[in-house]
Design a protein around this ligand. Structure first.
Ligand SMILES: Cc1ncc(COP(=O)(O)O)c(C=O)c1O
Length: 494
């Protein structure tokens, strides 16, 4: 019997423990059925290339927990009678078809919704191996620069009051009023967003905003226009809801607005854009195109999601007002986050919604997950009101500017005329077109072999992807590591 099991001896978890987990998962998902016989310890050890003791230890643990039984003379089998708590979730007596048995949760007879079916796709989500020592992953700020002592002081200040207000459900579903007021004035000053405090809803990061907009505005089969290439987090949320995606090309000035009039996008109810720093190309949408986009949305009665995820970091270029502030705001939902300016696990973002949608968004948010934790909201309000955010931004802007220069310098030094750098005027990442003798997949593999993690931009394209484009996040890497990473990459591609 062949068992598809993967053990990785680079992991800190012992091999017998990995084997135990793999087999347990196979039993729970009914890939291994009750009564099914397992290979002998010797045969499995040989096929996995591990010692027999490893397999014996894994089997013994599963026997002790009641997943396997050792039957004298006929080897080791999956128990006919699984432990009680498993019986409740795994209908072992239910007849199972072959396709049932192969499909994870479906094997247990639980019917997923279309949304669940979409998310249950067996392909792993793309990303960079977290163990690679020099990782050009996107969206990671300089965490070592975060003023943690200040943050701790602010958290403690509110903990000391130990008031019931801190512990209870929040009376205001849109989020703490002080924090919303602080965000409102910050957005007015720095992004020319025009709104009242009433229109601001605190959320758990911008991904939640995208999710709520999708749930409230999109029916199965509706068309959503998305930048191509574009942000996967948004695209996945639209797809999972059953939306049809209309890819709109992006050039060096961002989304090509006139394509929104094409047949594919004609019915679009929603368009998702990253105008201040297009993800992943880094293009900045000029004023003229912003106005055209707003006109298009107004003409069509469509809604624009303006994802302003990292526009605080601009280098040299003048800020262009947010789409939201250039219009009466009736067709724009503006989304911002503290994930890049502070740290991602904070999980605090905000959305500015048209007045007419405030009630429904507030209710949807309450139904989704109630609220953002009060303690962090109070500390964050102080962080903004006492000027710590502005100070942190000033410091990190200089730092990222240096890191960005180090990256461009290293790319030019090592790749000379075989590199074209795009979108370097803002944000925490840039895109580079590299001319090499390798496919994108080979470039990523060769990079990983020398300890460098990077992503091909192919994954961000719908349909025909351009090759030779790579995305380099530099926010979380020191200048020294950036130079070393590019040096290693160039050597690996020689
Ligand atoms: C374009 C874009 N939008 C939104 C997000 C999500 O941010 P959050 O952590 O606020 O959910 C990311 C994360 O990297 C991003 O790249």
């Amino acid at each position: 019997m062949e068992l598809a099991i993967t053990l990785d001896n680079r992991l800190s978890e012992p091999l017998h423990r990995q084997l135990y987990e793999e087999l347990r998962r196979a039993i729970l998902s009914c890939r291994l059925k009750p009564g099914e016989r397992l290979p002998s310890t010797r045969a499995l050890a040989n096929s996995l290339g591990v010692s027999r003791a490893t397999v014996t230890l894994g089997y013994e643990q599963l026997i002790a927990e009641g997943y396997l039984e050792a039957v004298i003379g006929s080897g080791t089998r999956v128990c006919g009678q699984l432990p009680d708590d498993l019986l409740r979730s795994v209908p072992v007596n239910q007849p199972q078809t072959e396709s049932f048995a192969l499909n994870g949760s479906k094997s247990c007879g639980i019917k997923l919704s279309a949304y669940g079916e979409y998310l249950d796709d067996s392909k792993p989500l793309e990303g960079i191996d977290p163990d690679l020592p020099i990782s050009f992953r996107t969206g990671r700020p300089a965490l070592e620069e975060f003023p943690i002592a200040e943050w701790r002081r602010l958290l403690l200040r509110h903990c000391r009051t130990a008031s019931e207000r801190l512990l209870d459900y929040a009376p205001e579903m849109r989020g703490d009023p002080q924090l919303r007021a602080a965000i409102c004035s910050y957005l007015g000053r720095s992004r020319a967003v025009r709104c009242s405090v009433d229109q601001i809803i605190i959320i758990n990061g911008s991904q939640q905003a995208i999710d709520l907009v999708t749930k409230l505005l999109i029916e199965r089969g509706d068309t959503v226009a998305v930048e191509n290439p574009g942000y996967l987090g948004a695209r996945r949320a639209f797809w999972a809801q059953g939306a049809k995606l209309a890819p709109i090309p992006v050039d060096e000035n961002g989304i090509v607005v006139e394509t929104l009039d094409s047949k594919a996008a004609a019915q679009a109810k929603l368009v998702y854009v990253t105008p201040s720093h297009q993800f992943p190309t880094g293009a900045m949408l000029p004023l003229q195109r912003r106005l055209e986009l707003l006109k298009w949305a107004e003409r069509r009665g469509a809604v624009i999601i303006e994802d302003d995820y990292d526009s605080e970091f601009r280098f040299g270029s003048r800020p262009i007002p947010a789409l939201q502030g250039l219009s009466d705001g009736n067709n724009v939902i503006y989304v911002g986050t503290f994930s890049k300016v502070l740290f991602p696990s904070l999980r605090i973002g905000y959305m500015v919604v048209p007045e007419s949608l405030v009630r429904v968004f507030t209710r949807a948010r309450w139904i989704a997950d109630r609220q953002t934790p009060t303690l962090e909201q109070l500390a964050l309000a102080d962080f903004l009101n006492e000027g710590h955010l502005e100070r942190h931004l000033r410091r990190t802007r200089t730092l990222y500017d240096k890191r960005r220069h180090a990256l461009i310098r290293a790319l030019t030094l090592h790749f000379e005329d075989r590199v074209e750098v795009l979108g370097e005027n803002a944000g925490l990442h840039l895109m580079a077109r590299l001319q090499t003798n390798f496919s994108d997949e080979e470039v990523v593999l060769r990079a990983a072999e020398v300890g460098v993690g990077l992503l091909s931009a192919k994954i961000y394209y719908l349909h025909e992807a351009r090759s030779g484009e790579f995305v380099f996040g530099y926010g979380g890497l020191s200048e020294r590591r950036i130079s070393e990473g590019i040096k290693r990459l160039a050597k690996a591609l020689r």
